[in-house]
Design a protein around this ligand. Structure first.
Ligand code: ADP
Ligand code: ZN
Length: 738
């Protein structure tokens, strides 16, 4: 029977048409093809190939293949369909993000260089003659015979190269060919080889579990819950080697590649025998580099892929192992459509391809932890630091007392932190100072008593809206006026307070005039290599104090750091987000994990105005189990994830009223036939009320089933026309609550 292909046409209209396949073309699902569409030619992606009966064979023929081979594997096509059905994102848009623009388009191509190669092997006497008569030709021939492979002509260097090559070609010594050269993002880096370490007992157990899973037909996801410094990376490295030996390929996801230079280095150093087989994928690659890396993966030349979240779409043919390092990191959530979560997709992809997924973290997300409780995932724990170091001693400083001691000015550095920093610097040890300053709308906290004003219905802080002088709950919409006195201690000093890393740097320089201080945040790292260079200087001990935001909180391994100071632990704690407690616990645990990783004991000093808050106390005692037990309780009580799924609907427009009105209309329609057990929040202004000159309004839906939420939302969205200048977006399993 003749064959037909169902083709998803490129473009926003989401058209799928069947085309007959001409006999001379080999068409597989995932192939990119040219097809006739009305009276023009279009391009599209083949979704399916099926036989059709002769009688209904009145289809048009597809014209030709864009690429000789499918750009998307059958498993990735299934993953794309899963994303469409789960998140409600149109398939065409999903496929567009799976196949990067530089691959899909025809603008980027392989880099071809003219290269010279020996056409016949010269004898001793040939060489002797050339050496006498033509020095330059002799040089080139010698080079080519030593290299024993083609050399790009531009790399042969020296004078009169092209005329010499021309003569040599005419005489039949040399052939000029087109050579495909790789654009290697790490071409200028060298990596010192490392050997596998002998695993300790806990690492051995973790490795065994993964290895067993690699041999299994139907593996279950594995949570590797190992404290900071427990040697998770070493386990990843050895598991990767095992997967390769089994003939499988490996994908390693890291939250943000620029923040994980050490992870990339450790893989390149360990697999020094295979550096050609490692591909790096991230957003800072040039179009050409991405093109080369992607095709090396597709062709099976690169068998280890390290990348940020979109690397979950790497066209690896037979992945045996997918590692998601720091699985709790919000950076895995893609905030532009399709708004997928890469960790969740890793689990789905592994399920589709029957491969092993390892989620690693010192502070697993509650979602993942809950899945181990439900026995959907297995869990292995590593409770000791690998190199015998112990966890740092953590002290909490009550900044309310400091505020009283230093009346009249903002206390930023407590006396305890100041004297500890001085001691460490004197002893030639290093210090990390961490300050996580958020950009916009903050909660209202009373400096004398530390009281934070919370919503009566939601157990999250109310957010201060300066414009209309109101406090608003960003979950349920509850609003209240801004009190003139603190409701707890009646002090009029209650006000919005805050300072960022920039101000902190000025103060650190004043307090520690002789110390060498460097600051790392998004402002200071705009220039390409600042981050790498600063970290290198810090490692070389040219810097005493490293001050920074989240950027320095995670993954760094500096054995000479013995003190970590956290300037204002309350900042992330009172964000208008039910995950604020979880984030704070994670951040404090991660940042504390930077201290005492070497032979010397480490210390952590946390400054806060709410020293008794559970997130801070549990982090102080390195008590993950205590923290999750309490936090899960709260989540269950208020029906937050992981006990529900959550969808955020956002309307934005430069016309404030129209955005608000649109969301109110949608809210009314959503409420009309609300599925059972879905909780619908009121429409409210977003915490970020205005951004890019657009006013933002949002509402939250919660319910036990994600697909029910997304189905209902998309049904209403499709049926409700919105004004042209209002943009409405939905975010399922949202992390950024506005
Ligand atoms: P994690 O990723 O869990 O934070 P790392 O993999 O960075 O931990 O390991 C912390 C330190 O312990 C590193 O310096 C690493 O080289 C060292 N290490 C890891 N495993 C071992 C081992 N089996 N024996 C000795 N040192 C180890
Ligand atoms: Zn509320």
């Amino acid at each position: 029977m003749p064959l037909a292909a169902s083709v998803l046409i490129d473009g926003p209209s989401e058209l799928v048409f069947d085309y007959a396949i001409p006999d001379h073309l080999k068409i597989l699902p995932g192939c990119r093809v040219r097809i006739p569409l009305r009276n023009r030619e279009a391009t599209g992606t083949v979704l399916r190939v099926q036989e059709v009966a002769q009688t209904e064979f009145d289809l048009r023929y597809l014209t030709s293949l864009v690429d000789p081979e499918p750009l998307i594997t059958p498993a990735l096509l299934k993953l794309a369909e899963w994303i469409t059905s789960y998140y409600g994102t149109p398939l065409e848009q999903v496929i567009r993000s799976i196949i990067p623009a530089s691959i899909r388009g025809e603008k980027t191509s392989a880099k071809i260089r003219k290269a010279a190669i020996l056409a016949k092997t010269p004898t001793e006497s040939d060489l002797a003659q050339l050496a006498k008569r033509a020095k330059r030709q002799h040089q080139i021939i010698t080079l080519l015979s030593i290299a024993a492979k083609p050399i790009p002509i531009t790399e042969l260097g020296g004078a009169s190269t092209s005329s010499s090559i021309k003569t040599l070609t005419e005489k039949g010594w040399v052939k000029v060919i087109n050579l495909e050269v790789r654009r290697d993002p790490d071409a200028n880096e060298t990596f010192l080889p490392t050997d596998p370490l002998t695993l300790n007992e806990e690492q051995g157990e973790a490795y065994k579990t993964i290895s067993k899973s690699l041999h299994s037909e139907n593996p279950k996801p594995i949570l590797l819950h190992g404290i900071t410094g427990s040697g998770k990376t070493e386990v990843y490295l050895q598991a990767t080697r095992t997967a390769l030996k089994l003939g499988k390929n490996v994908i390693i996801l890291v939250p943000e590649i620029s923040l994980a230079p050490q992870t990339v280095q450790r893989f390149k150093a360990r697999f020094h025998d295979l550096t050609d087989q490692i591909a790096i994928l991230h957003s800072n690659l040039s179009q050409g580099e991405r093109f080369d890396e992607w095709h090396r993966i597709r062709a099976g030349k690169a068998r280890i892929v390290i990348g940020a979240r979109s690397a979950i779409f790497a066209p690896v043919k037979d992945p045996g192992l997918i590692i998601v390092d720091e699985e709790h990191e919000p950076a895995y959530k893609q905030e532009n459509p399709p708004k997928y979560h890469a960790r969740d997709l890793a689990v789905v992809r592994c399920n589709l391809e029957k491969c092993t997924v390892v989620l690693g973290s010192a502070t697993p997300s509650l979602e993942t932890f809950q899945n181990t409780q439900l026995k959907k995932y297995q869990m292995v724990k590593m409770n000791e630091r690998a190199d015998g170091a112990s966890l740092p001693l953590t002290r909490v400083v009550d900044m309310r007392i400091e505020a009283k001691k230093h009346k009249g000015r903002d206390a930023i550095i407590s006396d305890i932190l100041r004297s500890s920093v001085e001691k460490r610097i004197e002893a030639n040890e290093q210090v990390i100072i961490f300050l996580n300053r958020r950009g916009f709308a903050r909660s209202l906290q009373c400096p004398p008593c530390g009281h934070v004003i919370e919503c009566n219905h939601c157990a999250i802080p109310l957010t201060y809206h300066r414009g209309d002088e109101r406090l608003v709950c960003h979950v349920c919409g509850f609003q209240s006026i801004v009190p003139r006195l603190c409701p707890n201690c009646q002090d009029p000093a209650i006000r919005f307070q805050g300072y960022g890393t920039e101000k902190a740097e000025t103060i650190l320089r004043k307090v520690f005039p002789s110390a060498k201080i460097a600051r790392l945040d998004t402002d200071t790292t705009r220039r390409k290599n600042t981050l790498r260079d600063t970290l290198r200087d810090f490692r070389a001990k040219k810097i005493n104090i490293l001050l920074g935001t989240q950027m320095i909180a995670k993954g760094l391994d500096f054995p000479n750091v013995t003190l970590v100071g956290v300037l204002n632990a309350d900042l992330s704690l009172y964000a208008p987000d039910f995950r604020a407690g979880e984030r704070t616990f994670q951040l404090l645990t991660q940042v504390a994990g930077r201290s005492g990783r070497g032979k010397m004991a480490g210390e952590v000093i946390i400054q806060t105005s709410t020293p008794h808050s559970p997130s801070i106390q549990f982090a102080r005692h390195h008590d993950f189990d205590g923290f999750v037990a309490q936090e899960l309780n709260i989540r269950q009580q208020f029906q937050y994830p992981p006990f529900t799924h959550l969808a955020l609907l956002l309307a934005r427009s430069s016309h404030e009223r129209r955005a608000e009105f649109t969301l109110q209309t949608l809210h009314r329609k959503l409420a009309e036939d609300l599925p059972d057990n879905v909780i619908l929040g009121d429409p409210i202004p977003s915490p970020l009320t205005k951004s890019h000159s657009q006013f933002r309004f949002q509402l939250l839906m919660r319910g036990p089933n994600a697909r029910v939420l997304s189905h209902h939302l998309n049904k209403i969205l499709r049926a409700t026309p919105t004004p042209e200048d209002v943009i409405v977006t939905a975010d399922l399993d949202a992390y950024d609550l506005g």
